[in-house]
Ligand binder design. Structure first.
Ligand code: HEC
Length: 172
């Protein structure tokens, strides 16, 4: 008999399926997975913190290709200040479109720092996002929020900072 491709496929499935089924029935039934143990959770936390640490280093100038003028993110966004990761994705006026935070990070690498953009899907970018998000734990997620008012810093002694926003980001 001359088989076309579909027939060949059916014949192949016909041969393989019973074998696979027998294999499945012979093995133990799938077991429901229990909650993560404390040790597993500790490992996961450790893995996250290693990525956050890498992000903190990048944020503070560990990768020279990210800057040609000596500036790092930390110069203008100390401790990720005014990066407002919880407001992305949102409309970014400079770019004239709605962007995820990774595009904003690359904008700041290329424009204020004159550096080379990161691969948006690379490990360094994940680390940058992880650091920013980690620093904003507990902050309400407000995607799409175009403007974010950061309260002015108030100090108990001395004049402190001006009671206006810094003007960095949408922190006006
Ligand atoms: C020389 C100062 C400067 C440096 C250095 C800088 N930024 Fe920015 N950043 C800005 C300014 C100015 C804006 C506001 C741009 C705008 O609103 O169009 C901004 C905005 C942002 C925002 C968006 C904040 C918001 O609320 O919308 C993020 C995120 C951000 N920067 C991350 C970074 C990261 C990450 C780096 C390091 C790679 C960096 N920035 C380096 C000045 C800087």
């Amino acid at each position: 008999m001359k088989l076309n491709i579909t027939n060949r496929f059916n014949v192949a499935i016909g041969l393989i399926a019973p074998v696979a089924l027998v294999g499945l029935l012979a093995s133990n039934p799938a077991a429901a997975r229990g909650p993560f143990t404390a040790a597993e959770l500790a490992d996961q936390e450790k893995a996250l913190l290693a990525v956050v640490d890498h992000g903190r280093d990048l944020w503070h100038g560990s990768k020279s290709s990210m800057s040609t003028n000596g500036l790092a993110c930390g110069n203008c966004h100390p401790d990720a200040a005014a990066s407002n990761p919880q407001t992305f994705p949102k409309f970014q006026a400079n770019l004239g479109k709605v962007i995820p935070i990774r595009e904003m990070i690359n904008w700041c690498i290329m424009v204020p720092q004159g550096g080379t953009a990161l691969d948006v899907n690379g490990e360094d970018m994940v680390a940058m996002e992880a650091y920013a998000m980690y620093m904003y734990r507990g902050i309400k997620i407000e995607p799409g929020l175009a403007t974010k008012q950061t309260p002015p810093v108030v100090v108990k002694s001395g004049p402190g900072f001006p009671k206006k926003g810094s003007g960095i980001g949408f922190d006006k």
